[in-house]
Design a protein around this ligand. Structure first.
Ligand code: GLY
Length: 368
């Protein structure tokens, strides 16, 4: 088992991340026993029948007080209404500050249950057990929690750190291919912004993702990159924006595709287009754009979208990004693989409109 310890500088909070196979056993039990809380497992309707029941049985077999709640699976249920229903259920059961929550699931579950934990009785502890690769390398680390509204994704939420994260690789055995790509793209992104050797591993070993030791190494390295960034900037005011590489364009694609495209597929295109923007800006050699594209193709990403059909609409969608200033989109740009562009302690940049147009026309040709 590998362990990482997150230390948030701004508020001196710290918590462990455990990565390994079969770790939801003695180690997990020992952790739950230390808190003297009643653990409430909250999951979605896909995971409740087997995984959540197994976990509840395991805790109860060790006389650890435990209960279980669930809500319907899917991004469309990551809402204030779902949160309120769960809160009302907890209140009806007379649970107070004596509970700790376990969020068992993908990013929807960790985001929603994390936010619930942040506000229930003004804050109760929450543990994450991510069940997707994406939730392991992204959503479960760094304390971003929240729900969607009709106006946009994650607009209501809180920064709230979990007390521990258990990443059990056994949970990935049944992950559908689309979910794998969602996670792999975020790992590629972590390599591109900070760690050339991680990128090269992914570049050279696409067939090794089913090897547990390799997978555990990749997840650990990826989490380490996110750890180093969020430790310096919990609130996303500076360096944490680097984690948004590929996302200015990726989010615009998702919006224009009405979220019918996978997050990983959209961000993969966003990564290539923003790498091209880095090359057009004169920061990075154009050959690297081809290298990144080849690597992403190893992971069977379609790299196709209709989002570039209307480039005026695309520009409007990019402006909705939270990094925009005065109606101008801003991007994380690369100097090289593993190195982002920085000037005057700035991590995100606007680009000339002619460069933006060239990138959009190129993207229209490449990805339509
Ligand atoms: N997913 C980007 C972040 O946690 O900041």
């Amino acid at each position: 088992m590998k362990t990482l310890e997150i230390h948030i500088q701004e508020n001196a909070k710290h918590y462990p991340i455990y990565i390994g196979t079969n770790i939801l056993d003695s180690h997990f039990i020992a952790y739950c026993q230390t808190s003297r809380k009643k653990w409430i497992i909250i999951t979605d309707s896909h995971l409740v029948d087997n995984l959540a029941h197994d976990l509840q049985n395991l805790l109860e077999s060790k006389n650890i007080p435990c209960d279980q709640l669930h809500f319907p699976a899917g991004e469309s249920y990551k809402t204030r209404e779902t949160k309120q229903k769960l809160e009302d259920t907890l209140l009806k059961k007379n649970y107070g500050r004596d509970v700790a929550l376990i969020a068992l699931g993908g990013g929807v579950v960790t985001d929603l249950v994390g936010f619930l934990a942040a506000t229930y009785c003004r804050g109760v502890p929450v543990m994450y057990i991510p069940t997707t690769l994406l939730a392991m390398v992204d959503a479960s680390i760094g304390g971003k929690t929240g729900v969607n509204t009709a106006t946009g994704k994650n607009l209501i939420g809180a920064f709230y750190q979990p007390v521990a994260v258990f990443m059990d690789l056994n949970l990935l055995k049944t992950l559908p291919p689309k979910e794998w790509s969602n996670g792999i793209v975020e790992i590629v992104k972590h390599g591109l912004i900070q760690d050339k050797s991680l990128f090269q591993l992914l570049q050279n070993n696409p067939e090794k993702m089913t090897d547990c030791a390799y997978l555990s190494h990749i997840i650990h390295e990826s989490c380490k990159i996110k750890q180093q960034i969020i430790q310096q900037d919990e609130r996303d005011l500076g360096i944490r924006q680097l984690l948004n590489f590929g996302h200015t364009i990726g989010h615009a694609i998702e919006t224009l595709e009405d979220f019918h495209i996978g997050h990983g597929e959209a961000v993969a295109i966003g990564i290539i287009a923003e790498a091209y923007l880095s090359a057009l800006s004169g920061f990075m050699d154009i050959s690297i754009v081809e290298e990144i594209t080849r690597t992403l193709r190893h992971y069977h990403l379609p790299l196709k979208t209709s989002a570039f059909n209307d480039l005026d609409l695309f520009k409007k969608a990019m402006i909705l990004d939270k990094k925009s200033v005065s109606q101008t989109p801003r991007f994380v740009l690369l100097d090289d693989i593993g190195k982002t562009h920085q000037e005057n302690e700035q991590h995100v940049f606007s680009v000339d409109s002619s460069i933006l147009d060239t990138m959009l026309e190129w993207s229209q040709k490449c990805f339509s």
